[in-house]
Write a protein that binds this ligand. Sequence first.
Ligand SMILES: [Zn+2]
Length: 365
Amino acid sequence: MAPWPKTVVLCIDGLDPSYIEATPTPAIDDLAAAGYYAVGQAVVPTVTNVNNVSIVTGTPPNEHGITANYVLDPRTGRETYMESAEFLCRPTILDRARRRGLSTAALTAKQKLLDLVGQGADYALCAEAPDAEMVQKLGPPPDIYAPDLNLWLLKALALLLREQDPDLVYCATTDGMMHRYAPESLESQAHIRGLDVALGHIAEDAPRHRILLTADHGMSGKEWGVDLEKALASGGIVARAIPIIKDRYVVHHGNLGGAAYVHLADLGALDQACALLSEIPGVEEVHPRQQAADRFQLMAERIGDLLVLADAYTVFGTFEAVRVPVRLRSHGSRHEGAIPILAYGPEAGGDYKRNYELTAGLCLG
Ligand SMILES: [Zn+2]
């Protein structure tokens, strides 16, 4: 078997390419110039869990089974967060590496994401609840919503590489800053500069490492909120609309995102529901279950009767009317699909179009 180049996989949560364009990022530019860089595509729906799992397994959702942050099981009527490894239908790259006798680590900002992507990690750390040893060395991490939480996480990564140097590390930040600030804002520029400096230090400290960097989704400003349940009810159709973005960290996005799964009480109303939803301003695409599964590589039994996608300016959620003005930054639709793909170091060449293609070939067989 070929010698394994030590590898760091970074998923920078919500790193829309426009964030990199709006801020000087000399370290990222150097890595890109010496390696591979392209703007590629995330998986639809463009939410954190679906894409992080795509990256950490190197497979699309019809293989790994994570189709949302949050799902409704139509057989039981139970709604649940898709946030533990029991939902995973494929091994992670950490599992695969461990099977080859390699040492592994997973670092995330949020505990819930670690539960989902940390499968197969010899060492696991989340910035929300780090181990005492890391706190002793780096000081306590900032609050989960604080601007420099990601910087603390990257410091932990740098320390881990210096002290333990595992063969494969998966590291996923959080997108709180992207939800709050547009690329051109001073706050965002400071955040991106901080990430770039940290990345530069990591590349300097670990010059022989392969660095694979991408994002789970982009981010855009939203102006309209649409309540799909209310819209359907106005046509006499009883349905549940599940916000695909929904997670426990509500401050970031208020559970408002650009994609929803709709479960109909009566499947006989399917055509009528499609027609009604397609007429609503802000609704861009409505796909029945199988069509959605085929088009977006989703697991049909784990989505809704309909997948509804918003235009660039609209989010779905619960509102006081069918359509109301809103003001927030969020993701979930096709319009947050553009993400950076960077590969640097040994065996890092390639032609990557999707974020998960970056890791697809790691430790196979
Ligand atoms: Zn995310």
